[in-house]
Design a protein around this ligand. Sequence first.
Ligand code: DC
Length: 228
Amino acid sequence: MTDPQRKLIIAIDGPAGAGKSTIASRLARKLGYVNLESGAMYRALALRAIEWDASFDDEAALLKMAQDSRIMLEPAIGGNRVLLNGKDISARIRERDVSEGASRVSVHPKVREWMVARQREMGIAGGVVMEGRDIGTKVFPDADLKIFLDADPVIREQRRLDQQKAKGAPAQAIAAELRERDRRDRTRAASPLEAAEDAVVLDSTNLSENEVLNRIEELVEQRVAARR
Ligand code: DC
């Protein structure tokens, strides 16, 4: 029987720009849970590959690099910190070359297997909001609550542009990169981005951040009540 005292495992999946990171971190803070951003682990590996001049296509080399790296996710209130072998890479992994690299290293089944095993270890005790692409389908298929957060591609592109504008990045290139990353994440053979059958699909196109958060909080309350 489920222990009613055990804190939940909440999975939030969806494409880039749907608002997962903000929602997951706000939700975790409200619930007193830990927010684990699985994409940051693929980003850390991509950065390692860039620094070591390794190919994003070399699965064996990437797996070895992952095994030899210490990738740490440190949830913090002002934004999660990501450490690679003790070095803070939180800002660097948001750059465009790393975003593309993360999507490319994540196509490899052996890399995914390794990442999924680490992610399970991190979340298994519960009290986590884990976000990514395959959390509800592969990492925690028995998660207590699964959300698939989506939004119209035009809106997602606009949100990414707003985030990157301050860095002076060219708009057309950003939109094209987002589209290509989406295509790769959805069509790869190993754990493509898709909603789990039992996920609640939320479309944030016409919803404010607070509306999305309120809706998810209602669902959390329902799940908690159902276990009493
Ligand atoms: O969520 P994000 O944008 O930081 O993720 C970066 C890339 O990592 C994304 O393009 C695909 C990959 N990823 C994945 O394959 N599975 C996850 N659970 C999280 C991210």
